[in-house]
Design a protein around this ligand. Structure first.
Ligand SMILES: NC(=O)c1ccc[n+]([C@@H]2O[C@H](COP(=O)([O-])OP(=O)(O)OC[C@H]3O[C@@H](n4cnc5c(N)ncnc54)[C@H](OP(=O)(O)O)[C@@H]3O)[C@@H](O)[C@H]2O)c1
Length: 245
């Protein structure tokens, strides 16, 4: 059997069938790392999504958090991954509209996929992450601080910051934790949420740039990183004293 390259890391990426997660999976795999890619789809066309790259897909639908945890635990056992170097918990969904118009199915779905599913995945992967002195990266959003028409989505992303801060303390000498907040990014996430962006989309960050910035923050072992031009623009618009309590 060929000897494993010691620089080849074991990486789990959730929501790796589209957008930022798919780009991250391809980028890491192209550099020789082994990727466990997850998503909600029962099956995927592996060749179409990943070509010949060392990316192995498992279905872990985060709308059922407990099942997601089981699927991830079973998969790490099956793969013989007692140690994991990096887990990027990226799967997410959104809904846009006035808070009072949102129905409970949509509220539940976002809480399950974005928050409970991510916490469940963290629990399932924690033993292998800690054994490998690895790094957990959570993908939040610039909306984590709140945003008009995104109340539930913002709440789920804000809560991930609490998860990251807690684990940074609990795991401080055992594993790293990076909280990443991308600004608006050119993916199909908005269309999936029923939003028609129109011309505004061209002002969003390119998805490959978002993926590269996430990789950089992880490589540098940063605790927290905001990415995209949204933050620079917001700082420019903000008048002195505005938004400060
Ligand atoms: N795009 C933005 O403007 C933006 C801004 C800030 C933060 N973010 C965050 O960045 C992350 C990636 O988003 P993206 O823009 O790349 O969106 P995307 O292209 O829609 O990708 C999201 C990924 O999550 C998967 N997913 C959806 N529901 C799932 C479920 N129930 N269980 C497991 N996986 C599920 C999707 O699967 P399918 O391929 O089957 O849909 C896809 O692989 C998300 O956490 C998002 O909140 C995005």
């Amino acid at each position: 059997m060929a000897k494993q390259d010691p620089r080849s890391h074991r990486i789990v990426i959730t929501g790796a069938t589209d957008g930022i997660g798919l780009l991250l999976a391809r980028s890491y795999a192209a550099r020789g790392h082994r990727i466990m890619a997850t998503g909600r789809r029962p099956e995927v066309d592996r060749t179409e999504l990943y070509g010949k790259l060392p990316i192995y897909y498992i279905c872990a639908d985060q709308s059922d958090p407990a099942r997601t945890a089981r699927s991830l635990s079973e998969a790490t056992d099956r793969f013989g991954w007692q140690k994991i170097d990096l887990a990027i918990l990226n799967a997410g969904v959104g809904w846009k509209g006035a808070a009072e118009d949102e129905n409970f199915a949509s509220i539940d779905h976002q809480i399950d996929v974005n928050l409970a599913g991510t916490i469940a995945a963290t629990h399932a992967l924690a033993p292998a992450l800690l054994a490998g002195k690895g790094r957990l990266a959570l993908i939040g959003s610039s909306l984590a601080e709140g945003g008009v028409d995104f109340a539930t989505y913002a709440a789920t992303k804000g809560a991930l910051s609490g998860l990251a801060k807690s684990l940074q303390e609990e795991w401080h000498d055992r594993a790293g934790v990076t909280m990443i907040h991308p600004g608006p990014t050119q993916t199909d996430m908005h269309a999936k949420a029923g939003m028609q962006l129109g011309a505004v989309r061209k002002f969003f960050m390119r998805a490959d740039r978002a993926a590269a910035a996430i990789e950089r923050a992880v490589r540098r072992g940063e605790d927290e990183r905001e990415i995209g031009r949204f933050y620079a623009m917001r700082a420019k618009w903000q008048k002195p004293g505005e938004g400060q309590l």
